[in-house]
Write a protein that binds this ligand. Sequence first.
Ligand code: 5GP
Length: 120
Amino acid sequence: MAYDSDNIFAKILRGEIPCTKVYEDEHALAFEDINPQAPIHVLVIPKGAYVSMDDFAAEASDAEITGFFRAVGTVARELGVAAPGYRMLANHGVNGGQEVPHFHVHIFGGKKLGPMLKRD
Ligand code: 5GP
């Protein structure tokens, strides 16, 4: 799947759409989810143009991957959720329910989050 540079997170990265930023460095931007599913719900995205977890894992450089995941850890610590605990989630593709085609990790926290997956 080709990267769509008009996706909403690409626009946020370019500053064309506002976000509530919580962290930024060379490799990553973190901002509050517009429709939070937990008391703390933050999205962390790489600055490079990667469609999904699969694309990122296959195509990103070692420096981008290291920088991104270090940023995820930093964001969680700075949000204060590392000690009490949190959930990190990446939806990939149709079965994963991915809506925005720019790789992103969700950080959920601020309460006990319950079962990992919704049961049918
Ligand atoms: P996905 O299902 O792709 O893993 O999650 C996409 C997430 O992006 C959803 O949780 C949704 O609420 C969030 N989102 C969609 N559009 C925007 C937006 O314009 N701004 C922000 N901050 N979050 C968004």
